[in-house]
Design a protein around this ligand. Structure first.
Ligand SMILES: *Cc1c(COP(=O)(O)O)cnc(C)c1O
Length: 302
């Protein structure tokens, strides 16, 4: 059984000329694929799911925080193809589930809460998982790893007129999507990652070591994290609202809002050549906005 997802819903929408400071720019709307198996998560999970089925595993076991898009997507994907799933959640159970974790439970995921200290000790966690869940395929946090990268690379195949774009821009968490897309570039193309995390210095060297992309084709920007992972400021929310009002494109506070802000700022700095043709990847994640109070955004995301 394979995951079926309607990729015909994906569109490429133009971005406002003023926010792109004249550079032709568009955005690939992977957020339209499915509200739960959103954006890049479908691509990153597909080969893990396939592996679980061929190895006759009973399901997937994976990791994430209380607002994790990855956990929600895993739960939804496993439900669709009748696999069991376990989500190992960072932080103690306060008895009050976040909307994301409540979704996971509704979708049939079993949650295991571990302390932040335990969560950091990945080797110990892997031993624990192998002991208590021997029939589960363990998927690293965020779907990182070869199967995740291979699946993420297939995003390139749903981009109409892929070769016409000179620069792709995407959000970066674990860097799996960035690495997967980097592998698909043609020699005249470039990829730019906008990091949602503060100080992830190992991502770029790792991609250069493990893929065929050349240093001239890839860049990772670290100055658009707005205080760090899942942090945001009024400036970011104002930008997200401005973008939505001008284009109808909704973004999230964790990844795609920062991606779009970074895009606009890099365009303003004119870092691109004159003939550049930019494509941003909207990687989904709109459910993450549920951590905001309702009055903060000009749009409803779910
Ligand atoms: C998970 C996620 C990312 C991060 O992808 P990585 O492959 O971990 O870098 C980016 N955008 C959205 C919306 C996500 O949910």
């Amino acid at each position: 059984m394979t995951l079926s997802i309607d990729t015909s819903r994906i569109t490429v929408d133009p971005l406002p000329v003023d926010l792109g400071f004249g550079y032709p720019s568009a955005i690939l709307r992977l957020d339209k694929i499915d509200p739960k198996i959103s954006g890049n998560k479908f691509f990153k999970l597909r080969y893990y799911l396939e592996e679980a089925v061929t190895r006759r595993k009973s399901g997937l076991l994976t990791f994430g925080g209380a607002w994790s898009n990855h956990l929600v997507a895993t739960a939804a994907a496993c439900r669709q193809i009748n696999l069991a799933c376990v989500g190992v959640v960072r932080g103690e159970n306060t008895g009050n589930l976040s909307p994301a974790l409540a979704d996971c439970v509704r979708l049939g995921m079993k949650l295991e809460f571990v302390s932040r200290t335990q969560y950091k000790n990945t080797e110990e966690l892997a031993r624990w998982a192998a002991l208590y869940y021997p029939n589960m395929l363990v998927v690293p946090e965020g779907g990182r790893g070869m199967p995740g990268r291979r699946g993420a690379g297939e995003i390139a195949s749903v981009i109409p007129g892929f070769a016409d774009y000179t620069h792709l821009l995407c959000a970066v968490g674990t860097g799996t999507m960035l690495a997967g897309l980097a592998e698909q570039l043609q020699p005249h193309q470039h990829i730019i990652g906008i990091s949602s995390l503060k100080g992830e210095d190992s991502i770029l060297p790792e991609i250069l070591r493990e893929t065929t992309v050349t240093p001239a084709q890839i860049a990772l920007y670290n100055q658009f994290h707005f205080g760090g992972y899942a942090r945001y400021t009024k400036e970011l929310l104002d930008f997200m609202n401005r973008l939505y009002n001008a284009s109808g494109v909704p973004t999230d506070i964790v990844y795609t809002g920062k991606l779009c802000f970074g895009w606009s700022s890099l365009c303003e700095q004119q870092i691109f050549p004159k003939n550049a043709n930019l494509l941003l990847i909207h990687s989904g994640g709109l459910q993450g906005n549920r951590s905001l109070s309702a009055d903060k955004l000009a749009f409803k995301t779910l």
